[in-house]
Design a protein around this ligand. Structure first.
Ligand code: MN3
Length: 202
């Protein structure tokens, strides 16, 4: 079955004023849609239709090298954006609780220290890509970044949280000032979803 654009889990303007409606609409209905369309083309070209996108991304080596790049790029674009939309929610932000809060405090010292380190990684990422909080191969929390549409699932990591730092994710409102986008984004982080992901990953 062909991949279809997953509906946005909230209205275009639901993350205002922290993430503006115009950017969310274009980002979802144009950018995410394009990755969806091109993923279908890529899996057809590679002869790997009908597989879960997670399965494709976790096993890129099984795809012939000549056909692998488009599956990585558009499969990553498809999956990363869905994960990104679900990493945010209206009336969110604040702090994590429970086991995730304990793990963040243990690994990074405090939530504020974690946010500072994550923000620095996202701000310093050169060019297009993503910053992530993942559970790494040693089963520890780690802040990482990936280039273009590389997905942590392809690196053996279990992603918990992400921010899109491609210019299309923020340029209309925040212009060239990526740190302002990152600062604003913390106000819509869906910690309850991140807690569920952490529980599933650990
Ligand atoms: Mn994007």
């Amino acid at each position: 079955m062909a991949f279809t654009l997953p509906p946005l889990p909230y209205a275009y303007d639901a993350l205002e004023p922290h993430y503006d409606a115009q950017t969310v609409e274009i980002h979802h209905s144009k950018h995410h849609q394009t990755y969806t369309t091109k993923l279908n083309e890529a899996v057809a070209a590679a002869g790997v239709e009908g597989k879960d996108v997670e399965d494709l991304l976790a096993n890129l080596d099984s795809i012939p090298e000549a056909k692998r790049g488009p599956v990585r790029n558009h499969g990553g674009g498809y999956w990363n954006h869905q994960f990104f939309w679900e990493s945010m929610a209206p009336n969110a932000g604040g702090s994590p609780s429970g086991a995730l809060a304990d793990a963040i405090n243990q690994k990074f010292g405090s939530l504020d220290q974690f946010k500072e380190a994550f923000s620095a990684k996202a701000a310093a990422h050169f060019g297009s890509g993503w910053a992530w909080l993942v559970v790494n191969e040693k089963n520890e929390l780690e802040i990482t970044d990936t280039h273009d549409q590389v997905c942590p699932l392809s690196l053996g990591h279990k992603p918990l949280l992400t921010i899109d730092v491609w210019e299309h994710a923020y340029y209309l409102k925040f212009k060239n000032v990526r740190p302002d986008w990152i600062k604003s984004w913390w106000n819509v982080v869906n910690w309850s979803e991140v807690e569920k992901r952490y529980a599933a990953a650990s």
